[in-house]
Design a protein around this ligand. Structure first.
Ligand SMILES: *[C@@H]1O[C@H](CO)[C@@H](O)[C@H](O)[C@H]1NC(C)=O
Ligand SMILES: *[C@@H]1O[C@H](CO)[C@@H](O)[C@H](O)[C@H]1NC(C)=O
Ligand SMILES: *[C@@H]1O[C@H](CO)[C@@H](O)[C@H](O)[C@H]1NC(C)=O
Ligand SMILES: *[C@@H]1O[C@H](CO)[C@@H](O)[C@H](O)[C@H]1NC(C)=O
Ligand SMILES: *[C@@H]1O[C@H](CO)[C@@H](O)[C@H](O)[C@H]1NC(C)=O
Ligand SMILES: *[C@@H]1O[C@H](CO)[C@@H](O)[C@H](O)[C@H]1NC(C)=O
Ligand SMILES: *[C@@H]1O[C@H](CO)[C@@H](O)[C@H](O)[C@H]1NC(C)=O
Ligand SMILES: *[C@@H]1O[C@H](CO)[C@@H](O)[C@H](O)[C@H]1NC(C)=O
Length: 351
């Protein structure tokens, strides 16, 4: 299991206040002073630390299990630095995961579509409930990156199917099918999303703002082009569905010769705006998943993007260069009805 922990930095040594109160506490708990805070009428806290004796829970799952089934409160699961080797499902609404930075707090498992018997089942973390929030934490699937043509190697890091979810400063690490943006409305801000093939996929309606999209598709010899990756596989099925992925102010980086998107379903919808696209983005940009009829039904838009890979000249005929008014509905959080539910990021200790 050693390789699971290799990417995480050791936490800085700080004076331990709280752990003095627990008889078995080690001197190395690294909790903030007076922690965890007392429960309030609106919020309850669940403290997780890998070191026994520091917090009430040593696994994230144990803390999630302790969240009362019918609470009206937000349950903040505060997770200290560390690598939590867990496969985890959240079925209770209004849970927040608060990590210590996407390099410091990591939840990781290593199922694949083959070992779990389905792509969705391979998720290291599966969020089924509404109102989920994650801040400054990473979700990882550490299964090996598939060799070209491998079957059943899809390995999801996070699957999100609940409505009104927000991810702030989070990391998503995997290769094929990293982030299963399954269903409902989601917001991703300043996240780091890594993968190779279809690494953001599903049928949600999501806004990705200022995120880094890091391709680990295989590096090709200088000057050679051969498409070997894709950022998105959005799965909108029918004209009347309002789902789609919008990327605003993002940055594409990494290796390979990658597409912006592939049409997993007929009405696949993806927009990239004000996004930096390096030369690893294939000139064609988009793919119809081998179904010519999808040329007429997909909605693949670009607006105000920059970089070598943003040139529209070599794009497939069905790529759209959106003008201001066509792009507008996708450019801000109104795309996901944020005024109905999205709270601003508050960098208080546990908010
Ligand atoms: C552990 O749980 C008790 C009882 O709910 C609570 O009073 C205490 O603050 C918790 N301590 C930690 C470190 O989470
Ligand atoms: C929540 O409900 C499940 C299923 O009935 C039960 O197993 C679990 O103990 C309950 N959890 C709490 C914290 O009450
Ligand atoms: C979850 O939080 C939202 C927003 O505060 C609230 O409207 C909703 O009732 C909460 N859900 C539960 C089950 O408490
Ligand atoms: C996950 O990792 C464990 C421990 O390294 C290993 O035994 C298991 O085969 C791995 N599972 C998959 C699906 O790769
Ligand atoms: C936590 O996430 C916020 C929002 O993306 C970011 O501004 C902040 O720098 C992050 N903090 C840490 C410690 O990673
Ligand atoms: C898409 O539209 C179909 C047909 O109206 C409907 O059955 C389905 O629930 C919709 N799916 C989503 C994700 O909105
Ligand atoms: C975030 O993206 C917006 C475009 O939507 C851009 O104006 C802004 O400079 C970006 N902020 C950061 C911190 O990259
Ligand atoms: C669909 O688009 C592809 C890629 O540009 C192109 O090769 C094909 O001829 C198009 N088919 C139709 C029917 O427009």
């Amino acid at each position: 299991m050693a390789r699971l922990g290799s990417t995480v930095a050791t936490a800085v040594v700080a004076t331990c206040f709280f752990c003095r109160l627990l008889p078995s506490a080690s001197a190395a708990c690294h909790l903030p002073p007076s922690f965890p805070p007392a429960e309030t009428s609106s919020t309850a806290f669940f403290c997780v630390d890998k070191t026994a004796g520091c917090c009430n829970y040593t696994t994230v799952q144990a803390a999630v299990d302790a969240v009362p089934n019918n609470t009206r409160k937000r349950s903040v699961v505060w997770i200290n630095s560390g690598v939590y080797v867990e496969k985890l499902t959240v079925t209770k609404p209004n849970v927040t995961f608060r990590g210590q930075g996407l390099q410091s707090t990591v939840i990781v498992w290593n199922d694949t579509a083959k070992s779990a018997k389905s792509t969705g089942g391979s998720a290291s973390v599966y969020i089924k409930a509404d109102g989920f929030v994650a801040k400054n934490i990473s979700f990882k699937n550490s299964a090996p990156a598939p060799k070209p043509g491998a079957q059943g190697a899809q390995a999801v890091a996070l699957r999100i199917a609940g409505d009104k979810a927000a991810f702030w400063g989070c990391g998503f690490f995997g290769a094929q099918d990293t982030l299963f943006d399954n269903a409902q409305r989601h917001y991703f801000k300043e996240c780091f999303i890594q993968g190779s093939v279809d690494f953001i996929f599903g049928d949600a309606r999501s806004l990705y703002e200022n995120c880094t999209l890091n391709s680990i598709a295989e590096e090709l010899p200088e000057g050679q082009r051969s498409i070997n990756g894709a950022i998105t596989a959005q799965a909108r099925q029918f004209r009347e569905n309002n789902t789609g992925f919008s990327f605003v102010g993002c940055r594409i980086q990494g290796t390979g010769d990658i597409l912006l998107g592939r049409a997993w379903q007929a009405y696949s919808r993806v927009v990239f705006a004000y996004t930096y696209m390096p030369a690893i983005v294939a000139p064609a940009g988009w793919d119809n998943w081998g179904d010519q009829s999808r040329n007429r039904t997909v909605f693949y838009g670009e607006h105000g993007c920059v970089g070598e890979g943003a040139k529209m000249a070599g794009r497939v005929a069905f790529a759209r260069n959106l003008d201001d008014s066509q792009a507008r509905p996708f450019l801000d959080a109104s795309y996901i009805d944020a005024d109905e539910w999205l709270k601003p990021f508050d960098d208080a200790l546990v908010a």
